[in-house]
Design a protein around this ligand. Structure first.
Ligand code: FES
Length: 151
């Protein structure tokens, strides 16, 4: 009497345990892929955390001096720069948060990063973290009625 290989029961392992169902294998494979993707994302975030922001591309911003409000700020969202006026003294700040690089918002009394809650004073100094470094001050010069910020 010969056995038909297509009708024979599935092989069992030497311990006698039944083989794992195919669906379980798929779930395990899917779980492994999800874990691998999670590790890749976490690695990317960790690398991003350890590396400083990319330097600015260079160039300059030119704006009419009269456009900067007295005791206020003129914000250039695309360039992520603010020209701040405090009692007639003007300076430019890079609004890239020194924590992880989100763009900080200039308010009436502080500059806030909404990503993780860092707060900077209007001079760019850290009020509270997680950011530990002040916002970068950018070179600015006044040329007649024009302000020029070097990016
Ligand atoms: S990126 Fe600004 S607080 Fe984290």
């Amino acid at each position: 009497m010969t056995s038909d290989p297509e009708r024979s029961p599935p092989p069992t392992d030497p311990t006698g345990s039944p083989p794992a169902p195919v669906a379980g294998w798929l779930v395990d494979r899917r779980g492994a892929l999800l874990r691998l993707a999670g590790v890749a994302v976490a690695g990317g975030l960790f690398t991003r955390f350890l590396t400083p922001d990319r330097p600015r591309a260079g160039g300059q911003l030119r704006v009419a001096s009269a456009d900067v409000p007295r005791d206020g700020a003129l914000v250039f969202e695309r360039q992520r720069v603010a020209i701040v006026d405090r009692a007639g003294v003007r300076y430019a700040l890079d609004l890239r948060c020194t924590h992880l690089g989100c763009t900080a918002d200039v308010g009436a009394d502080a500059i806030r990063c909404h990503c993780h809650g860092s707060v900077f004073d209007l001079a760019g100094g850290v009020v509270h973290g997680p950011a530990s470094r002040a916002l970068e001050a950018l070179p600015i010069r006044e040329d007649g009625d024009v302000l020029e910020v070097l990016l």
